[in-house]
Design a protein around this ligand. Structure first.
Ligand code: C2E
Ligand code: MG
Ligand code: MG
Ligand code: MG
Length: 281
């Protein structure tokens, strides 16, 4: 029951200040404080090729630091979107990812592609692409080192502006993936129109408690027949991995390999898997 009338300005329509509103405002305040204090850290979860067993990429997953605790994004992304702060948060995450990519370029992880999650709100922001390309240029990086993950939800309502932004991103050389695929089912015909390279099968089909084989098989078939790469998230056991590989999935992400790790820990993880030194001092 709160209407925003500008940054930090609110109009209360009800005299009673209910608990929910109170809680929402408190969360918003925490978020603003964290942005002011630069308290966000990005962790990286490796993506593994089923063919080679190698780390081919990493997903940037943001955490909010509060004292000694790390708050997971499930607790603040929605708030950020609703409070008009997601643009700022995305900028923080993308900048950290660029800094990391620039460092990784100098050593054995030079080919690792970093995936960044995008909120639909960012795609509606008119200067989003200019911002992103300016940031990249500042680090001397090129778009093909990055992938943006969008969810199907973005496409519901098929906003022509979003399609246009996605086309521009793809033309610039960014990769695009459809995240949590299979959970926001709307209309499959959009898959043809979209410049998306990769389908990421939602982990709810993979790991609770066992593989939902018919669904997974159908998604893999769909992705492959559209010449897309098919990635699964939430791989937790070796049995799941072998089943998914047999079904034709290309890459996987999950606790079987590693959770999202601080950047240096990811460097060590990669070094251990390939048996060479990290070379990042
Ligand atoms: P997502 O993009 O689908 O990311 C995958 C989530 O699944 C991550 O949770 C990851 O830690 C978790 N996960 C990975 N492997 C496994 C597994 O084997 N088992 C289980 N149980 N979980 C696994 P996390 O980091 O809490 O992120 C949650 C969601 O928050 C993400 O889902 C994404 O939608 C959103 N998010 C994270 N970072 C950002 C960001 O920078 N920007 C935006 N807009 N959203 C973000
Ligand atoms: Mg994701
Ligand atoms: Mg996902
Ligand atoms: Mg998911």
């Amino acid at each position: 029951e709160v209407k925003r009338t500008g940054r930090n300005a609110f109009l209360f329509h009800r005299p009673e200040f209910n608990a929910q509103t109170n809680e929402r405002l408190r969360q918003e305040r925490r978020l603003r404080t964290a942005l002011d204090r630069d308290s966000f850290v990005v962790h990286y979860q490796p993506r593994i090729s089923f063919d080679s067993g190698r780390v081919v990429g990493a997903e940037a997953l943001v955490r909010m630091r509060e004292g000694d605790t790390l708050i997971m994004p499930g607790a603040f992304i929605r708030v950020a979107e609703e409070a008009g702060l997601i643009g700022e948060l995305t900028r923080v995450v993308f900048r950290q990812a660029c800094r990391q990519a620039a460092r990784w370029r100098q050593g054995p992880l030079r080919d690792m592609r970093i995936s960044v999650n995008l909120s639909p709100v960012s795609l509606q922001q008119p200067d989003f692409i200019e911002e992103v390309t300016a940031e990249l240029a500042g680090f001397g990086l090129s778009p093909d080192q990055f992938e943006f993950e969008i969810t199907e939800g973005v496409l519901i309502g098929a906003n022509p502006r979003i399609q246009e932004q996605l086309d521009r991103l793809r033309d610039l050389g960014f990769r695009l993936s459809l995240d949590d695929f299979g959970t926001g089912f709307s209309n499959l015909s959009y898959l043809r129109r979209l410049p998306v390279d990769t389908l990421k099968i939602d982990r709810s089909f993979v790991s609770q408690p066992e593989l939902d084989r018919p669904i997974v098989e159908a998604i893999i078939g769909l992705g492959r027949s559209l010449q897309m790469k098919v990635v699964v998230e939430g791989v937790e056991t070796g049995d799941q991995e072998s089943a998914l590989r047999r079904l034709g999935c290309h890459e996987g992400q999950g606790f079987l390999y590693a959770p999202a790790l601080p950047a240096e820990a990811l460097e060590l993880f990669c070094a251990e898997r390939t048996g060479c030194a990290t070379a990042y001092g």
